[in-house]
Design a protein around this ligand. Sequence first.
Ligand code: FE
Length: 332
Amino acid sequence: MRGLVPGVVAFTLIAGFVHAAEEPNTLTIYSSRQAHLIEPVLDLYTEQTGVAFNLHTGKPGPLLERLSANGEDGDILLTVDAGNLWHAAQRGLFSVLGSETLTRSVPAALRDPEGQWFGFSRRVRTIAYNTQATSPEELSTYEALVEPQWKGRLCLRTSKKVYNQSLTATLIAHHGEEKAEEIVRGWVANLAMAPFSNDTKALKAVASGQCDVTVVNSYYFGRLMREEPDLPLDLFWSNQEDRGVHVNISGGGVLKNARHPAAARAFLEWLSQGEAQGLFAELNQEFPVNPEIPAVPEVQVWGEFKADSLNLSETGRLQAAAVQLMDRAGWR
Ligand code: FE
């Protein structure tokens, strides 16, 4: 018996060492970005590196609840909108990534100043209009949608969606709460009908002439026009003469409880560059975050734009104030 013990100890040590030094063969990702918008990217990584993935998808809210409640041992969290990423960071789900590659690849406005989360694709939340009912000459800014000329011509999505909460948070950041509330009240006063449950319904209402303008994420416009290219719809880049249009992200970070933190970080670094960066954006008709990577031609035809340079962590910090403001202003 006594002779066996050192042998067992030695075996355990060697096995432990081999395990630690080994590349993990599977990374676990929690994602509120839909599976079909990420799987081709994961497949490409597996092909290039041999690293496989366990992908769990779900809605942002429940996913964050699940991760914070019992510290599931995932490696990476991907989600949409900086408002959600900010919440994940507030709950202490992410580790801090001091990654030079990520800092270089992702512009400062599109990542957490503390290095907990990073954007991997950009979507523009801007004005969409009916090309038969109005023209770009009539359009200028989000703020100008309060003008009397838009009375009964504006459609909006519900204020319950984080996309609108983030947009409203940028109004607070730029104008202060009082002025921001005035703007939102002006929008509500100009509504043609009750807010819609999603951007596509708002776009269809504009296309059918129930209203003339709305505010949507650019990829919903892209998706609808791919299905129905003859719709009388176009995008207008808002606020080009002043701060620039509101751009948000889908993004992510490495989870604090990651079993493979180094490999998880290596994957995110890969995602922020080159072919992966282009593919990740292309899958959802989005814009790459990395300025070295061009958008695909079908997105490029929407034209160049100036983006608001406000750091997106502000949309999280001001989200609670935005939600209360929208409620006070009657945006349902
Ligand atoms: Fe979306």
